[in-house]
Write a protein that binds this ligand. Structure first.
Ligand code: FAD
Length: 282
C-alpha cells in the first residue's frame, strides 16, 4: 500500500504586505513534512508576474522542499508563458499547476488561452518534460451546467497533458467520494489530491465557499454558529474538523491531501501533528 501524498499551498504576500513575510510563513511550517508546497499565481495574473517564481525558488533552494508553481491562462499569451516556464525552471520547480484563473472586471483577457486545458496543451508541446497539474471540483465548477459536464471537461484537461489533479476545498467527504466514482467511471485515472481548507473564521468560510460555489456542511455551520465570536475556539474546532476529514479520506484510500494553509502556519502545524503518522512511508 502506498502512503498518500501530503502537500501544502501558500500564496505570495498581498500587495500591501512586505514580500519578506513569506519567510515567516515558511519558517512557521517547520516540522511539517510535505511532499511539495504549491505557490499560487497572483489573482488574474495582473500583479508582479515574477513573484510566484521567486517564492518557488526560495522554497526549493532555501528550504529544500519540492515546489509546484501555479500559472493562469486568461491573462497570458505565449510569450508570458514562455517567460514563466523559464523562471520556473530556474527555480527548480517539480511541476506547474495550470489554471484558467477568473476574469477581472475592467480587464479584458488576452484571448490566447481560454481554458486550463489550452494552457496544458501548450506547455505539453513546448516543455514536454514538465509535470502538469490541474484543478478539479467535487461539487462542480460554478460555471458548469452540471457535474457530469464538468467531469467531461476535466477529461479534456487530462487528454491535454495534466497528470495530477488537486481538488477545490470541500467540507463534506461524501461529495468527494461521489465525484471520485464519477471521475473514475469516465476513465480518468490520474492521482487526485483532496483539497482541505480548515475553517478559521466565519467571515473567511462564508466568502471562500460563496466565491468557489462550495457548500458549508451542517457540522461546519454548527461550528461557525457556536464559536463565530470566539476565534480561538473556532480555530481549534476547525483544526479538529479538518483532521477528522483527513483521517476519513486516508481511511478510504485517498491519493493525497492538499492543505490550503492560507499562510497561517499554525493551522498546518497543528493538523500535521494530528495526522502525521497516517502519511508515514510503509
Ligand atoms: P477550466 O479548467 O478552464 O474550467 C473552467 C470552466 O470551463 C469549468 O466550468 C469547466 O467545466 C469548463 N471547461 C474546462 N475546459 C473546457 C474545455 N476544454 N471546453 C469547454 N469548457 C471547458 N486561481 C488563480 O487565479 N490563481 C491560482 O493560483 C489558483 N489556484 C487554484 C488552485 C486550485 C487547486 C483550485 C481548485 C483553484 C485555483 N484557482 C486559482 C482558481 C481557478 O482559477 C478558478 O477556480 C477558475 O474559475 C477555474 O479554473 P480551472 O483551471 O479549473 O478552469
Amino acid at each position: 500500500m502506498h502512503s498518500p501524498i501530503f502537500s501544502l499551498e501558500v500564496f505570495p504576500p498581498k500587495s500591501h504586505t512586505p514580500v519578506g513575510t513569506i519567510y515567516d510563513t515558511l519558517d512557521g511550517l517547520g516540522g511539517v513534512d510535505p511532499d511539495f508546497i504549491s505557490v499560487t499565481y497572483g489573482h488574474g495574473a495582473l500583479q508582479d508576474r515574477s513573484l510566484t517564481a521567486r517564492i518557488a525558488n526560495t522554497i526549493r533552494h532555501d528550504y529544500q522542499i519540492p515546489v509546484v508553481a501555479h500559472l493562469t491562462a486568461l491573462y497570458s499569451d505565449k510569450k508570458i508563458i514562455d517567460e514563466a516556464l523559464g523562471m520556473f525552471h530556474q527555480a527548480g520547480v517539480s511541476g506547474v499547476l495550470v489554471l484558467r484563473g477568473d476574469p477581472v472586471e475592467g480587464h479584458a483577457p488576452c484571448g490566447v488561452f481560454e481554458h486550463s486545458s489550452d494552457l496544458a496543451a501548450y506547455i505539453h508541446e513546448v516543455d514536454p518534460k514538465m509535470k502538469i497539474f490541474g484543478a478539479c471540483y467535487p461539487e462542480c465548477h460554478l460555471e458548469a451546467s452540471c457535474l457530469e459536464v464538468d467531469v467531461d471537461n476535466l477529461a479534456k484537461k487530462v487528454d491535454a497533458g495534466v497528470t495530477h489533479l488537486i481538488t477545490q476545498l470541500f467540507y463534506n467527504n461524501d461529495d468527494f467520494y461521489r465525484f471520485l466514482d464519477l471521475v473514475r467511471s469516465k476513465g480518468i485515472d490520474v492521482p487526485i489530491e483532496a483539497g482541505i481548507m480548515p475553517a478559521r473564521s466565519a467571515k473567511s468560510i462564508n466568502s471562500m465557499t460563496a466565491r468557489n460555489g462550495c457548500k458549508i456542511s451542517p457540522e461546519v455551520r454548527a461550528i461557525v454558529e457556536r464559536w463565530g465570536d470566539d476565534p480561538s475556539s473556532l480555530l481549534q474546532a476547525g483544526i479538529v474538523y479538518a483532521s477528522e476529514q483527513i483521517v476519513d479520506l486516508v481511511a478510504h484510500g485517498v491519493d493525497g491531501i492538499h492543505l490550503y494553509t492560507m499562510n497561517r502556519p499554525v493551522l498546518a502545524r497543528r493538523i500535521w501533528a494530528n495526522v502525521e503518522s497516517l502519511f508515514a512511508v510503509n
